[in-house]
Design a binder for this molecule. Structure first.
Ligand code: NDP
Length: 282
């Protein structure tokens, strides 16, 4: 029976650390601030943005949510980002993805000053991760790594398999596992015989957006399985891992909900505090 990688416990711990740091910063006259831009009315995005606001409240971070209509133009969006770049109250800027159709995400993200890039999606920060230089790390992959560390899962010398190669989860988590001395394989939709690859994994991170993709027969006994997937089926959340068949095989398993999603929000708070500290020093 797998040990549960309980996002509620680990995220609470991380948020408590952030709260303490915010308190310290406030004593020095610095209040970390996060601006979240939400364009359009995607219900999942609205939920994520609400959760980020709640986490700011909990940790004492100043938060501002800018809600834009789905018809906002690229120019208007970029103008708002540039204003936030200059706003002294704001340390971190986050553009909630996906943006409505017709808007260029990469171009919008490129407008965020790298020093205010709360999500770590700016090309400069992505490049730093690739080069092994310090920079802002994307929240979900950072949350996965924090979870593994807090659970005492060894990465050094282990075989890690990542399912998914997106810029926001798959690729960065693969780079972080590599930096943590794992031997890493990245799978995607063209991978032949996925199970044959995933069965090699001591650490299996799944971020494909395919409900129940990973079943018990695809998991090495004792492996640490981290389910990043968030799928909505008839209004119910489920991951990419078939919990029922994987739980008896894996050594560790993160649930959905109650797993990586909570870590993502906590790591966003962590990033904002780090950015605020850097700005206070500059
Ligand atoms: P993307 O759709 O951008 O990427 C999915 C990746 O999975 C692609 O690389 C795709 O391959 C691969 N893939 C799809 N189907 C298969 C398959 N059958 N076998 C192997 N690989 C496959 O998704 P994201 O990375 O943005 O998100 C992945 C999941 O994680 C989603 O469910 C999303 O909701 C969730 N998520 C959760 C977060 C959290 O906080 N917990 C945060 C961000 C995302 P290819 O490149 O070939 O198309």
């Amino acid at each position: 029976m797998a040990q549960l990688l309980d996002g509620r416990i680990y995220a609470e711990e991380a948020l408590e650390e952030v709260r303490a740091q915010v308190e310290e910063l406030k004593k020095q006259g610095v209040t970390p601030g996060l601006a979240v831009i939400l364009a359009g009315d995607d219900p999942a995005s609205q939920t994520y943005v609400r959760n980020k606001g709640k986490a700011c409240e909990k940790t004492g971070i100043y938060s501002r949510t800018i809600i834009l209509p789905g018809e906002v133009t690229q120019q208007e969006l970029e103008k708002i980002i540039r204003q936030l770049n200059e706003d002294p109250k704001i340390d971190g800027i986050l553009v909630q993805l996906p943006l409505p159709r017709g808007l260029d995400e990469q171009q919008a993200l490129a407008c965020i000053r790298p020093e205010k890039d709360a999500d770590g999606f700016h090309t400069l920060n992505a490049g730093k991760l690739m080069l092994g230089l310090p920079g802002t790390l994307p929240c979900t992959p950072k949350g996965v790594m924090r979870m593994l560390r807090l659970a005492g899962v060894e990465t050094d010398g282990k075989t890690a398999v990542v399912v998914g190669r997106s810029n926001i989860v798959g690729k960065p988590v693969a780079m972080m596992l590599l930096a943590a001395n794992a031997t890493v394989t990245v799978c995607h939709s063209h991978t032949k015989d996925l199970g044959q690859v995933t069965r090699q994994a001591d650490i299996l991170v799944v971020a494909a957006g395919r409900p129940g993709l990973i079943t018990g027969d695809m998991v090495k006994p004792g492996a640490a399985v981290v389910d990043v997937g968030i799928n909505r089926i008839n209004g119910k959340l489920s991951g990419d891992v078939d919990f029922a068949s994987v739980e008896p095989v894996a050594g560790y398993l993160s649930p959905v909900p109650g797993g990586v999603g909570l870590m993502t929000v906590a790591m966003l708070m962590d990033n904002v505090v780090t950015l605020a500290k850097a700005r206070a020093k500059a």
